[in-house]
Design a protein around this ligand. Structure first.
Ligand SMILES: *Cc1c(COP(=O)(O)O)cnc(C)c1O
Length: 364
């Protein structure tokens, strides 16, 4: 029997979800995919073999629920982060997106407000609305920077329950100075989340917000294995915060949310942290080559402390995106005027992007 399927609007969906669109970076099978800031360097073989052995071992006990407290993994993250952190100050979930969702479930939600300086990570408003809260976007200044005085004034004005600080910022690459984080923390009674998804790509001598954690029980520093660690497909994110914050997250997580296989894979990868991170220096070199070449081609790249570059001076971003697509190169149109964003790939992929762009006359 033929049935016409219902449309989303016909369903008794929550009113606050009506009209929203899901996260939707295109996943196209192009030879050079530089659109979602993955680490395009594969996991080194000796590490992949060790991860496989650990997963195989975990599989023998897969009839049982996993360690609900993922104790070994938390200790692994504490050791990796340093700064005197211990396992009781660490939380983890299936990607830092789930970590952020746990935070919003515990500290935001209906009747509450989440604030961030736009343009910023597109998942913040989606996660905020998905958990029933209200997203409020603040403003950035020249070249997408934020200064301490303006940041503190905006936060004091909005009085949000949660502040999201993307440091460095996606999709712009912009550094967030540590004094801005301190000023924002002092201007609110809410939770302040510093999303350091790209911190490993920042200059080596830069201070992480982890150094601010002592005596700041409302501060949370979130990280991910998806970018520097080349582990996006495994889905592992984590955070460091006061043990009381961790207690709050236990109230909202699903029991056994991290599978035994995920825990085994992530713990094994962490044992090889230096090898896993070996490609970071190469990616930084490719990022800087992208910026220099873009300038030479007549575009205007923004300063980036991440593994991607946002560049302006594109006459028609949709047309340039399509012209690159037709040449086998996938980049991201993040919806900013006259701009596109590209991830730094391997040397070969980066060359493919730069050559393709040079063959298109679209700079002005
Ligand atoms: C990529 C990214 C993440 C990581 O998300 P995962 O769920 O860990 O893959 C988090 N924050 C920002 C700003 C990102 O760009």
């Amino acid at each position: 029997m033929e049935r016409v399927s219902a449309r989303l609007d016909d369903l008794p969906i929550r009113d606050d979800l009506r009209g929203l669109t899901p996260y939707g970076a295109p996943q196209a099978p192009l030879p050079v995919a530089l659109n979602v800031n993955e680490n395009t360097h594969p996991v080194p073989k000796e590490v992949a073999d060790d991860i496989l052995d650990s997963v195989a071992l975990a599989l023998r006990d897969v009839n049982r629920y996993p360690d609900r407290e993922f104790t070994q993994l938390r200790e692994g993250f504490a050791e990796y982060l340093g700064h005197g952190l211990t396992g009781d100050r660490i939380w983890a979930a299936n990607g830092s997106n789930e970590v952020l969702q746990h935070l919003l479930q515990a500290f935001a939600g209906p009747g509450r407000t989440v604030f961030g300086f736009g343009p910023t990570y597109s998942m913040y408003p989606l996660l905020t609305r998905g958990t029933g809260g209200t997203w409020v976007a603040g403003e950035r200044g020249h070249d997408f920077t934020v200064d301490a005085e303006s940041a503190a004034a905006q936060v004091a004005d909005v009085r949000p329950d949660v502040v999201m600080l993307c440091s460095p910022n996606n999709p712009t690459g912009t550094p967030m100075p540590i004094d801005v984080i301190e000023a924002v923390y002092d201007s609110t009674d809410g939770i302040v989340i510093v999303d350091e998804a790209y911190f490993e790509f920042a200059p080596r001598d830069e201070r992480s917000a982890l150094t601010l954690l002592p005596d700041r029980e409302r501060l949370v520093v979130s990280r991910t294995m998806s970018k520097a660690f080349a582990f996006a497909g495994a889905r592992v994110g984590y955070l460091a915060a006061d043990p009381a914050v961790i207690d709050a997250l236990r109230l909202v997580r699903l029991p056994y949310h991290l599978s035994a296989l995920t825990q085994a894979a992530a713990s094994a990868a962490l044992r090889h942290a230096p090898t896993m991170l070996a490609a970071v220096d190469d990616i930084i070199a490719q990022r800087d080559r992208i910026s220099a070449t873009l300038t030479a081609l007549g575009y205007t790249p923004y300063e980036s402390w991440t593994n991607f570059v946002l560049f302006a001076g594109v006459d028609d971003p949709a047309a340039t995106w399509q012209a690159l697509y037709d040449r086998g190169v996938l980049v991201r149109d993040v919806g900013l005027p006259r701009s596109l964003r590209v991830t730094a790939g391997t040397e070969e992929e980066t060359s493919a992007f730069l050559d393709a762009l040079a063959s298109i006359d679209s700079a002005s």
